[in-house]
Ligand binder design. Structure first.
Ligand code: SF4
Length: 213
């Protein structure tokens, strides 16, 4: 099947089953969202939401969070993987936001990526969610689904995948598609036991092809 046909069918199917896909991290402030995305590395959104609900209830402003002790932040986020590093990142991010950015989450990718624990993916997610800037952040779900559907090569890294998805899909669809890919990967095309029986994309899926070999 031609790539352009696949791209059309994927959009049509995702719009049918996931018309309103959106971010599942809960947040009450821009800096809170930035911190939540940083915390979500190698963790589920559910776990992060539980932790941030308590964290931002206790420390209600950026200044209060900046004055929190590292030990207390560690204690409050210790159910998350890599919590020691993440706690240090929170301290560093709050300080930098206050000292360098007037307490405001910056919009530029370079500025975002200057913050501790904020890489390409996190900065893209922040730009999409807070500023509605068209980006196509690639997480583990987006990468897996793209590979299974033959949109990218098996050995493509996240940057290559991001570049190809941006090229293949219309720019005005990137934000919604990014959420749709994540939801599809999280709830349908799971890493283990994907729901292939009910999937309308099985006709050109590499996972199915490889299974029947
Ligand atoms: S057929 Fe299965 S593996 Fe392939 S895209 Fe659909 S759910 Fe994913």
């Amino acid at each position: 099947m031609k790539l352009s046909d696949k791209v059309f069918l994927i959009q049509q199917y995702f719009d049918e089953i996931l018309p309103n896909a959106s971010c599942e991290l809960t947040y009450y402030s821009d800096y809170g969202f930035l911190i939540s995305v940083m915390l979500s590395a190698q963790c589920t959104d559910k776990k992060v939401n539980k932790v941030t609900d308590a964290l931002f209830e206790k420390y209600k402003t950026l200044e209060e969070l900046n004055n929190a002790s590292l030990a207390d932040i560690e204690n409050m986020i210790k159910s998350l993987g890599l919590y020691k590093n993440k706690a240090k990142n929170i301290k560093s991010i709050t300080k930098d936001l206050l000292d360098k950015f007037n307490g405001v989450v910056p919009i530029s990718k370079d500025d975002l990526m200057s913050l501790s624990g904020v890489g390409n993916k996190t900065s893209n997610v922040v730009r999409v969610e807070l500023f509605k800037i068209p980006e196509f952040p690639v997480d583990t779900h987006v990468a897996r689904v793209s590979k299974r559907l033959g949109l990218v090569k098996e050995d493509d890294d996240v940057l290559a995948i991001e570049g190809k998805l941006k090229k293949e899909f219309p720019k005005d669809r990137w934000i919604l598609l990014h959420h749709q890919f994540i939801h599809f990967g999280r709830y349908f095309c799971k890493a283990l036991a994907p729901k292939c029986n009910e999937c309308k994309l099985s006709g050109f899926c590499n996972y199915i092809k490889n299974k029947s070999k």
